[in-house]
Design a protein around this ligand. Structure first.
Ligand code: ZN
Length: 162
């Protein structure tokens, strides 16, 4: 029953200026995102990963929809010029961690969604090393989190949430 609820766990919620993202039809950003999703899908076949490309919403989400547990990557994050593969990999691992990280759980939802802290911890200690190996995984964890934190700071100052 609870699996039918729709849950959304955003990391950011900003629409970024058009100058800050690669164009919708630029090939390598979509190629990079698809490559990452292929790797996540292969390792977590019970989760559904998709991309909402033609948007400048800077976000990734973990939610439970009609298909079950889903992770969605938005164009404003995937196409952002300041985000490297490390930041994208971290964001996807973080959202995956909301689904598979286990306790402690997010206090705001009825279904079992791991807390923000647990999702980050799972991404850094379990998800990224599993997906990319210990060495690359720990580098992605460090640099990826930094990239995301920098963007988060930048936009929260430039575009205060009202
Ligand atoms: Zn989260």
């Amino acid at each position: 029953m609870q699996e039918r609820e729709t849950l959304i766990v955003p990391i950011f919620d900003d629409v970024v200026p058009i100058a800050d993202v690669w164009p919708v039809d630029a090939r390598w950003p979509i190629f990079r995102a698809e490559q990452l999703l292929t790797r996540f899908r292969a390792n977590f076949p019970d989760l559904h990963y998709d991309i909402f490309w033609n948007t400048r919403l800077m976000n990734a989400q973990a939610f439970i929809g009609p298909l079950g547990r889903c992770v969605r990557l938005h164009g404003g994050l995937a196409r952002h010029r300041s985000i490297g593969i490390e930041g994208l990999a971290f964001a996807l691992a973080h959202e995956t961690g909301h689904h598979v990280g286990g306790p402690p759980y997010h206090p705001s939802y009825l279904s079992l969604i791991s807390s923000e802290e647990r999702a980050n911890e799972w991404a850094a200690k379990c998800g990224l090393p599993l997906l990319f190996g210990e060495k690359v995984g720990s580098r992605y964890a460090l640099r990826g989190l930094r990239q995301l934190a920098r963007l988060s700071e930048f936009y929260s100052i430039k575009f205060p949430i009202v």
